[in-house]
Design a protein around this ligand. Structure first.
Ligand SMILES: [Zn+2]
Length: 262
């Protein structure tokens, strides 16, 4: 008789334990504080902030050729892009708003502090070959993702999150590159994967634009005009706009089909 009571207590304990671990498993994804995009209203932006990163600055002038200084050009284009992106109703943030030195890791950290943003770094190129010309947009094939303390106990989520940030970066790069070529008629050098520190260390969609060669005569004479720099900025803004529209279209059906709790 006592043995039977003991067995049924054990059976009940076993059931309780199963129920408890089921509840714990249900709670687990929520504890990881990943943004649940499906619960956002359709009108909300797919990303809250556009972080614009004018390359170089302060002691770091970047490329200096033909009387042009890369750090000045990047800031000029970034300010133009900022204005145009704001006029789309998006919030922007500059990693530097003046001629100051900001380390690459500090630039990445500015984006990583944001819960939901995209990151666009602006640069101009140089080459040993003076004939090298045109515009290209880079993305990192591997990007950092969620904080390491989570990674230690959720390795599978870390991998999934890493892959999605990188493929979104590639898509953002394509939109911006297409617009750049359409706006400037520059030689299309395409989009390319490259582990540049400043984009590889951002956990959000991140791209790096090389807007022309300061070692190429034609590129330099075009970049010297305000109108051309404005066209580069407009292309970046239009690329961001197209990327946002596509994300919104992808997300809207999810919101519409959600079951309504009453
Ligand atoms: Zn540069």
């Amino acid at each position: 008789m006592h043995r039977e009571i003991g067995r049924s207590i054990l059976a009940w304990l076993g059931l309780l334990l199963m129920a408890a671990s089921f509840v714990w498993l249900q709670l687990l994804p929520r504890l990881a504080t990943f943004p649940d995009t499906t619960q956002k209203p359709a009108s909300e932006q797919p990303f809250a902030v556009v972080v614009i990163d004018p390359g170089h600055g302060g002691l770091d002038s970047g490329t200096m050729k033909a009387g042009m200084v890369e750090k000045d050009l990047t800031l000029d284009v970034a300010r133009r892009a900022e204005r145009l992106i704001q006029s789309r109703g998006l919030v922007t943030m500059l990693t530097r708003a003046d001629d100051s030195y900001i380390s690459l890791s500090a630039r990445a950290a500015i984006a990583n502090e944001q819960p939901n943003c995209i990151f666009i770094s602006i640069h101009f190129d140089e080459a040993g070959r003076p004939a090298a010309t045109g515009i290209e947009t880079y993305y990192a094939a591997r990007q950092v993702s969620i904080p390491e303390r989570l990674m230690s106990w959720l390795p599978f989520l870390q991998k999934a999150s890493l892959e999605s940030a990188s493929s979104e970066s590639q898509s953002l790069a394509s939109f911006i590159q297409e617009e750049l070529v359409a706006h400037t008629q520059a030689v299309n050098r395409g989009t390319r994967p490259q582990q540049f520190f400043v984009i590889a260390n951002v956990r959000h969609p991140a791209v790096l634009v090389e807007g022309g060669f300061l070692t190429n005569k034609e590129d330099v004479s075009k970049l010297a005009t305000e109108n051309y720099r404005e066209q580069i900025a407009a292309a970046i803004s239009d690329g961001v706009g197209r990327y946002r529209d596509v994300l919104q279209q992808q997300r809207t059906p999810l919101v519409v089909n959600l079951p309504v709790d009453e």
